[in-house]
Structure formats: structure tokens, C-alpha cells
Design a protein around this ligand. Structure first.
Ligand code: ZN
Length: 182
């Protein structure tokens, strides 16, 4: 299935589950399923505008069972909010989660996408790099970044693709071949 096909299928799945649960909880028909771009979390429950979101990357990186569990997890939040004004993963939410068939756990076991970029501290003298952080996006301001308590690192922080970083760690590419980006 294409990426957009998988996303569409997940929305249909979520709406079907929602409609089934709405049989006993009619207020759920007023809730909408949408897609978001989050990378680290699987979904969200927005009580203000009654929207449940599923992360696109979560849909693309996980199987149907895991996505179903995420949908049920967020719907349990919606139910718990409407019926108890409770948005926690507390006793009431756990009970509802169990009742509707979701894993009663705050965070599920699912895959998150690998971040494409590393921020590395580069020592051009010794030709060594040190991993500082993982990033999903590059910032144009990297030249101005420096490590906490060490201003001398300013100008020595670079982006390196995760792929190149892995190759460098495995000695498959040399320091001089690295595409360091500022
Ligand atoms: Zn939750």
C-alpha cells in the first residue's frame, strides 16, 4: 500500500472504531479523527476542539495491531475526559482502556522513526567527532549554538546525516570525507 493509502486506511480504521464505541457513547460522534506530524508520540487527544490525532509517522512505522491500540488509547482519553473530566492515565482511564480493549499503559511499545540528523562536536585537530544530539530537522542557526558551560564549542557544532555518522563510527568513511553542515 502507498504511504497515503496507509494513512487513509488508518483514518477509516479509527472512524470505524469510534463509531462502534459511539453505539454506547453517542457523544463520541462529535469527535473528529485527524493526522498530525509528531515524531515522538503516537497520537493525541485534544479535548478543547474534540479532535483525536494519529501521527503520520506512527501509522507508517507500525502494524495494524499497534495503530489500533493507539486509537483505543486516545479514545479512552476522550471517554475519560467527557465522563470524569480526567485527562490522566489514572485509575479511571485504565479502567476505560481495559473495557474498550486498549493496553492500559501510559506509553505503548511502538517504533519511532530514526532521526535523520546528528549534531556533532567536531575537533579538526584530532579529527574526532562527538555526538551531541539527534535532530529531525536542521536549524539555520547551528553556527550560533554552543554547549552549555562551554562557549568555545561555538562554531564547532555541525550537522551530520545519521547515515554518515553510522558509517564513520564503523570506520567505513574517513573524517575528511564527512559532509559536515553548518
Ligand atoms: Zn495517553
Amino acid at each position: 500500500m502507498s504511504r497515503s493509502g496507509e494513512v487513509r486506511a488508518a483514518i477509516i480504521l479509527a472512524n470505524n472504531i469510534k463509531e462502534q464505541l459511539a453505539f454506547n457513547r453517542p457523544y463520541l460522534t462529535g469527535w473528529e479523527i485527524r493526522i498530525d506530524r509528531a515524531k515522538r508520540r503516537a497520537g493525541s487527544c485534544r479535548t478543547v476542539d474534540k479532535i483525536i490525532t494519529l501521527s503520520q509517522s506512527h501509522i507508517l512505522e507500525n502494524d495494524v495491531e499497534t495503530i489500533t491500540d493507539t486509537i483505543l488509547h486516545e479514545l479512552a482519553h476522550a471517554i475519560c475526559f467527557v465522563e470524569h473530566k480526567d485527562l490522566s492515565h489514572g485509575v479511571k482511564w485504565k479502567h476505560i482502556a481495559k473495557t474498550i480493549g486498549a493496553t492500559p499503559r501510559a506509553t505503548g511499545k511502538f517504533n519511532t522513526p530514526k532521526s535523520p540528523w546528528k549534531i556533532v562536536l567536531v575537533d579538526f585537530r584530532t579529527k574526532k567527532i562527538r555526538l551531541v544530539a539527534e535532530r529531525y530537522r536542521r536549524s539555520k542557526k547551528i553556527m550560533d549554538f554552543y554547549l552549555k558551560d562551554d562557549v568555545t564549542t561555538k562554531g564547532n557544532l555541525f550537522y551530520l546525516s545519521s547515515k554518515e555518522y553510522d558509517s564513520f563510527i564503523k570506520n567505513e568513511v574517513q573524517f575528511n570525507e564527512l559532509k559536515l553542515i553548518q
